[in-house]
Design a binder for this molecule. Structure first.
Ligand SMILES: N[C@@H](CCC(=O)N[C@@H](CS)C(=O)NCC(=O)O)C(=O)O
Length: 213
């Protein structure tokens, strides 16, 4: 049976990237259904696939799984050998906590600094966004210190990195500099071959929301 991931524009849709990365890591073959956001027919097109009216949605073996976090958990469950979540329970609990914190929070950063992978547009941050940046830097530092100071958040790349990859992209776009460990982590994400593959596709998309206007 066909596996399909329904996503938005790669340059802008951070939630889509969060589902696409673990799906690629899982190694399932799938096709992408890309629905351009912010068009007259966007809502109607998404609703033919996703009951929430939002992307991403995963169609797998007759199941529809919508929401990036549900998709990540589904894939971790389906392919435990891939290690999307850490093997040890305490690390797995921390991974789930920081994933949930990302999924539910950082509203100021998300609103003020929307993902725009192709752009470089350094910005002055509001106090609320600065607080989000400081919290994210602390999360990254805590995780990296626990794995020896380099690499991905829990050593090998996984779901936690998928959830924070769009944040690394935003930091790069808006000229936001975390501490030294955070900067090394941003570089690690930017060198992740799957991230580069998505970014290259984003660069080739023709759609432009003109977010500065
Ligand atoms: N909580 C959802 C959020 C998904 C979401 O907000 N997706 C946006 C695109 S990144 C969307 O589908 N927007 C609908 C629209 O723009 O019409 C998730 O984690 O998947």
């Amino acid at each position: 049976m066909d596996t399909t991931l329904v996503i938005g524009n790669k340059n802008y849709s951070s939630w889509s990237l969060r589902a696409w990365l673990p799906l690629r890591q899982a190694g399932l073959s799938f096709r992408e259904e890309v629905i351009p956001l912010r068009r007259k027919d966007t809502a109607e097109r998404i609703l033919t696939w996703s009951p929430s009216g939002k992307v991403p949605a995963l169609l797998h073996e007759g199941n529809t799984i919508w929401d990036s976090l549900a998709i990540g958990e589904y894939l971790a469950d389906l392919c435990p050998q891939v290690g999307l979540l850490p093997a040890e329970r305490p690390a797995r609990a921390r991974a789930r906590s920081i994933i949930a914190e990302m999924h539910a929070g950082f509203v100021a950063l998300r609103k003020e600094c929307p993902m725009d992978m192709r752009a470089h547009r350094p910005a002055e941050l509001s106090a609320d966004t600065q607080r989000d940046v400081e919290r994210i830097s602390a999360i990254w530092e805590d995780c990296l210190e626990a794995v020896g100071g380099t690499g991905f958040l829990f050593g090998a790349p996984g779901l936690a990195d998928a959830f924070y990859a769009p944040v690394a992209s935003r930091f790069a776009t808006y000229g936001i500099l975390p501490g030294p460990l955070g900067q090394a982590y941003m570089q690690q994400v930017q060198e992740w071959p799957l991230y580069q593959e998505w970014l290259n596709a984003a660069r080739q998309e023709a759609w432009d929301f003109n977010l500065t206007a």
